[in-house]
Design a protein around this ligand. Structure first.
Ligand code: GLT
Ligand code: MN
Ligand code: MN
Length: 390
């Protein structure tokens, strides 16, 4: 029996999957589909079976791009019913601004003003759709917002166009009273040679320049930061600290490879552990979205193993994180390394007298250098916990 050993997903974990993740049919740039298509309703049933909480979608995942209003309404009605019957919620919606060939030069940043206007229209309609399904988070991933050659436009022009588009969408959100929070998702490359806003940090710099910065945060994706050789946890922590972690895309990725979207925890177990520990320590209560897909070798049953595996690994790591936090030796080391600041002049807030005291203070480097920093032992204790020998 799946998850018969206590690692049972519950709604409180807020585990979600995109229609495009479990619905992924295994096509890659070199080979065709290996799995038959699943309808959105079948995907909902699968998600209920593996005990997921939510489903996310692009507009085009559910409604064909050129559907009539009547067709659209019928599809949405049936989908809503299936969600309700299966106890699945729709926490996040997004828009595909990357699949259709019209976006070959980008969407919000494309050189053709008609493409830019179409991208806005398509996004507004996707917002209407998401709102109808109850979504309160709207993700914007600019997969095609980039270049193969910088001859095509000045990159600061792209930044300005992106700002204009997001400002417009924020106003639409207010005007319609949707109450969305936008979550911007970065990626360094693929499908474009270089994508603008390559990392979560780029977006954290961009957001304060918007008309409604409070309405906009980030959706960091583990694989996207790892593709750039970055420490994902650090980006997530910075977003969290800034109050901007509106959503998160969990998956995995080997460095230096193509975009793999691997099952969560399957490639970098230790990084995944630090991430889960962080999310649990700070009590992140947003969706835990797995933006990944099953190996191309899998059939439909294998897709369930994939989805179950993402959630199971999260729950195992959650348990390990609690064990780590309670471990007496680890706690003692953490206390020791945080140092004793009793004799140190206060640097908490600047004052002229405080600065004078700091300037006059004499630091004994010999004594400071004698303090232990037993990070080898600390890390080995982590490895012992992760491997289950502790
Ligand atoms: C696409 C991409 C993901 C984004 C999705 C949202 S679509 O699959 O690889 O990282 O989160 O647009
Ligand atoms: Mn991805
Ligand atoms: Mn993603």
């Amino acid at each position: 029996m799946r998850n018969g050993d206590g690692y049972q997903p519950n709604p409180e974990h807020k585990f979600s999957f995109g229609l495009w993740t479990v619905g992924n049919r295994g096509r890659d740039p070199f080979g065709d589909f290996v799995r038959p298509p699943m309808t959105a309703i079948e995907i909902i049933q699968l998600l209920a079976e593996v005990r997921a909480w939510g489903v996310n979608l692009h507009d085009d995942d559910l409604v064909p791009i050129d559907a009539t209003a009547t067709e659209r309404d019928a599809i949405v009605k049936e989908f809503k019913k299936a969600c309700e019957q299966n106890g699945i919620v729709v926490p996040m919606a997004t828009v595909s601004l990357f699949f259709h060939p019209i976006f070959r030069d980008g969407a919000f940043t494309a050189n053709d003003p008609e493409v830019r206007a179409y991208a806005l229209q398509k996004t507004m309609r996707a917002m209407d759709l998401g709102a109808e399904l109850g979504a309160k988070i709207f993700v914007l991933w600019g997969g095609r917002e980039g270049v193969e050659t910088d001859a095509c436009r000045r990159p600061d022009e792209a930044v300005k166009r992106l700002r204009e588009a997001v400002n417009y969408l924020c106003e639409y959100n207010l005007d319609r009273g949707y109450g969305y929070r936008f979550a911007m998702e970065a990626k360094p490359n693929e499908p474009r040679g270089d994508i603008y806003m390559a990392t979560t940090g780029h977006y954290l710099g961009f957001i304060p320049t918007l008309d409604h910065p409070e309405m906009v945060g980030v959706n960091p994706e583990m694989a996207h930061e790892q593709m750039a050789g970055l420490n994902f946890l650090h980006g997530v922590a910075q977003a969290w600290e800034a109050g901007k972690l509106f959503h998160i895309d969990l998956n995995d990725q080997m460095p230096g490879r193509f975009d793999q979207d691997l099952r969560f925890g399957s490639a970098n177990l230790k990084s995944s552990f630090w991430l889960v520990k962080f999310l649990e320590d700070v009590a992140y209560d947003g969706p835990r979205h797995f933006d990944a897909h099953a190996y191309r070798t899998e059939d439909c049953e294998g897709v369930k193993d994939f989805a179950t595996g993402c959630m199971r690994t999260y729950l195992i790591l959650q348990e390990k994180a609690a064990q780590w936090n309670e471990d007496r030796e680890i706690r003692a080391i953490l206390e020791e390394i945080s140092g004793n600041g009793n004799h140190v002049p206060s640097t908490a807030a600047f004052s002229r007298t405080g600065a004078q005291q700091l300037l006059a203070h004499s630091f004994n480097k010999e004594v400071i250098l004698r303090k232990r920093l037993p990070y080898e032992r600390l890390d080995q204790l982590t490895v012992d916990i992760l491997t289950g020998v502790r």
